[in-house]
Design a protein around this ligand. Structure first.
Ligand code: NAP
Length: 296
């Protein structure tokens, strides 16, 4: 019997684990892939109070070490189901806890166009910091208008010969600071009001077709495409214990409480106004504190 089982080892989940372990609780964290979550994709974090600049990987590793040094176990097991009595059923076993914190974040959104799936790892990537280095002195495109796309384009401008930033509108969702910096880069070209309609190539991506708002199409020869069009949660497996909105995010009351007593939610996977590192760790600390306070 664990006091708290946490699902997800991103910043929200690991912060919950940190708070719970420091309160002397028996904690277990499940992660399907690798610790860190989406923050691993951030080449630089420069808006976390108190830290001027740090890479996402470095930040996640420091947090992971901080938590595991306190004796918290992080198991790489996929959680398939959670029962209202706080039984957690994973790909390998069943576990029991007094409280559960769901901190599963979100997954990369797909363009859902022809060849996207086939060209993953063959010219199509969802992580510039992971795969950017393969495109030294090559031509790449980034798709999206949020902070991830802007940061990816900035990061790639230091590696690739040429970077196209393709966005479906004129206005960007991402911060003006990043946009202004991008505009100073000579090897970056913005292509606005445009969407990618086709990925072309034989075995590898060779070009993309883009269409502007007047429906006129052009082909762009590129070596790599970085898709950074946001994230989508994957919470259907929890629909027996939590309410989910039409976009798939968990609906919470008062921030971290779900409709089931003893089951909490933290981080990007819940309905919220701002999905950032600061708000993820804030949720993580509140969820753990509430779980400890309300544990019977
Ligand atoms: P995001 O903010 O949701 O932006 C997604 C972008 O992709 C939007 O510009 C959207 O266009 C576009 N888009 C969505 N679906 C599309 C489609 N099917 N085809 C073409 N374009 C599409 O996602 P994000 O940039 O990954 O950021 C996620 C969260 O993490 C945000 O809250 C962000 O601020 C945060 N983040 C923060 C930092 C940082 O602070 N350093 C770094 C990275 C991410 P529209 O604008 O037209 O909807």
């Amino acid at each position: 019997m664990y006091d708290i089982i946490i699902v997800g080892a991103g910043p929200a989940g690991l912060t919950s684990a940190l708070y719970a372990a420091r309160a002397n609780k028996k904690v277990l964290v499940f992660e399907a892939k690798a610790y860190g979550g989406q923050i691993l994709n951030a080449s630089k974090i420069e808006n976390y109070p108190g830290i001027e600049s740090i890479s996402g990987f470095e930040y996640a590793t420091i947090l992971y070490n901080q938590v595991t040094k306190l004796g918290v176990k992080v198991k790489i097991e996929t959680v398939n189901r959670i029962l209202p009595d706080k039984t957690v059923i994973t790909s390998k076993n069943e576990y029991q806890a007094k409280s559960i914190i769901i901190a599963t974040g979100a997954q990369n959104r797909k363009l859902n166009i022809k060849n996207e799936q086939e060209f993953i790892g063959k010219g199509v990537s969802y992580c510039a910091t992971c795969d950017g280095n393969f495109y030294k002195n090559k031509i790449v495109a980034v798709n999206g208008g949020g902070n991830t796309a802007l940061e990816d384009a900035l990061y790639l401008s230091g590696i690739a010969k040429k970077v196209y930033l393709i966005h479906r509108r004129q206005e960007f969702r991402g911060e003006t600071t990043y946009l202004n910096e991008l505009k100073t880069k000579e090897n970056v070209t913005l292509i606005l009001d445009s969407t990618i309609t086709c990925l072309n190539g034989q075995d590898y991506l060779e070009s993309i077709t883009i269409q502007d708002k007047n429906q006129s199409s052009q082909e762009l020869k590129i070596d790599g495409l970085f898709i950074a069009i946001g994230q989508e949660p994957n919470n259907q497996i929890f629909s027996n214990i939590v309410d989910i909105d039409d976009k798939g995010y968990i609906i919470s009351e008062d921030g971290v409480h779900t409709k089931t007593k003893g089951i909490y939610v933290a981080g990007d996977t819940r309905v919220k106004n701002l999905r950032q590192l600061t708000t993820a760790v804030s949720d993580g600390s509140i969820a753990a504190t509430m779980a400890i306070k309300e544990m019977n």
